[in-house]
Design a protein around this ligand. Structure first.
Ligand SMILES: C[S@@+](CC[C@H](N)C(=O)[O-])C[C@H]1O[C@@H](n2cnc3c(N)ncnc32)[C@H](O)[C@@H]1O
Length: 304
């Protein structure tokens, strides 16, 4: 993790200007915000949050070239990209969709303590239950798995949805904060803090008869290698159940909600190329955003 704090620049006057700028940003007064962030940067030119905030003010004024310049400055100061400058660059269309590991880890570390309550109650999140329902349809009420791998397991809601149906559950996640909550739940035999593709590559072939990814692929732009590795670690006939956030166009885009949206047709093609048979595909929203259902789809694949 980089050494800068997101809460303070270390200069009280600069912090005050930054806070005023932030308030102007919230109010939609982008010109004032831009001016205040520029003043902040005169005092603390190497503080990434001020460059990041300046970029947001520029985007508010549709000044994308200036925003991109500020975002490249953030990346130069913090190559790990804890703030997600690359996500904003993709949003304004100056770069391909990408999700920096440090950004995802920091986002969910901060979210972890209130994740379950906020997501399930306020955002009506139900991907784990809906995916479990699909598996029930496929395998019957007495379905049973010897070894499951939960990719982006978060706090463990997927393990709860499948309780009693899995002998051993492994979970992998980028966020140590989320894993702490999952560990406290006691449903996983093994939890690993890692990026999921790298983790999959290190697992032996045919080690699992079930792989899961609930509301995770909206943080993973390129699913082709993930599907390939998932197929490798599954036994023949093993299932891979996951959700995606969708869009009506082609390919993969970075949405205005800072999440990756996949075209279902692309996912189907990747799945087939990886050696999966499509067992079920359901168009369904599993979460709301500001009261509006988020377009999505569930996939249930079987290793051919
Ligand atoms: C919205 S949460 C969903 C958590 C859980 N699957 C559930 O259904 O409650 C997304 C989780 O995916 C993790 N994540 C996102 N991208 C990841 C990646 N490339 N590797 C590992 N974990 C990732 C995040 O840290 C976060 O915990």
């Amino acid at each position: 993790m980089p050494s800068f704090s997101t809460r303070t620049s270390g200069d009280l006057v600069a912090d005050r200007r930054y806070d005023y700028g932030d308030a102007a940003l919230v109010d939609g007064d982008f010109a004032a915000a831009r001016d205040l962030f520029a003043q902040t940067l005169e005092l603390v030119p190497n503080w990434p949050p001020a460059h990041f905030a300046l970029a947001k003010a520029c985007i508010g004024q549709s000044e994308h070239a200036e925003a991109a310049q500020a975002l490249h400055r953030v990346l130069a100061l913090d190559p790990a990209d804890r703030l997600g400058a690359a996500v904003l660059l993709a949003q304004i269309g100056t770069a391909a969709p990408v999700m920096p590991d440090a950004y995802v880890a920091s986002l969910f570390d901060e979210y972890a303590p209130r994740f379950d309550g906020h997501l399930v109650e306020a955002l009506k999140y139900r991907a784990p239950e809906t995916l479990a329902g699909l598996m029930h349809q496929e395998r019957g009420a007495a379905m049973h798995f010897a070894a499951a791998l939960d990719l982006g397991c978060g706090t463990g809601l997927m393990a709860t949805a499948l309780a009693g149906h899995v002998d051993a559950m492994a979970g992998v996640d980028l966020s140590a904060g989320m894993l702490k909550v999952a560990e406290a739940g006691g449903r996983y035999n093994r939890l690993t803090c890692a990026e999921l593709l790298g983790f999959l590559k290190g697992e032996p072939a045919s080690a699992y008869d079930l792989a899961l990814a609930a509301d995770v692929f909206c943080y993973v732009p390129d699913l082709a290698p993930v599907l390939g590795e998932a197929a490798r670690v599954l036994t023949s006939g093993g299932l891979f159940a996951f959700s995606i956030q969708t869009h009506v166009g082609e390919g993969v885009i970075m949405g205005a909600d800072a999440r990756v949206h996949h075209a279902p047709a692309e996912v189907r093609t990747w799945a087939e190329a990886a050696g999966f048979t499509l067992r079920q595909e359901v168009t369904v929203s599993t979460r709301e955003d500001r009261g509006v259902p988020v377009p999505g789809a569930l996939f249930l694949l079987a290793k051919t």
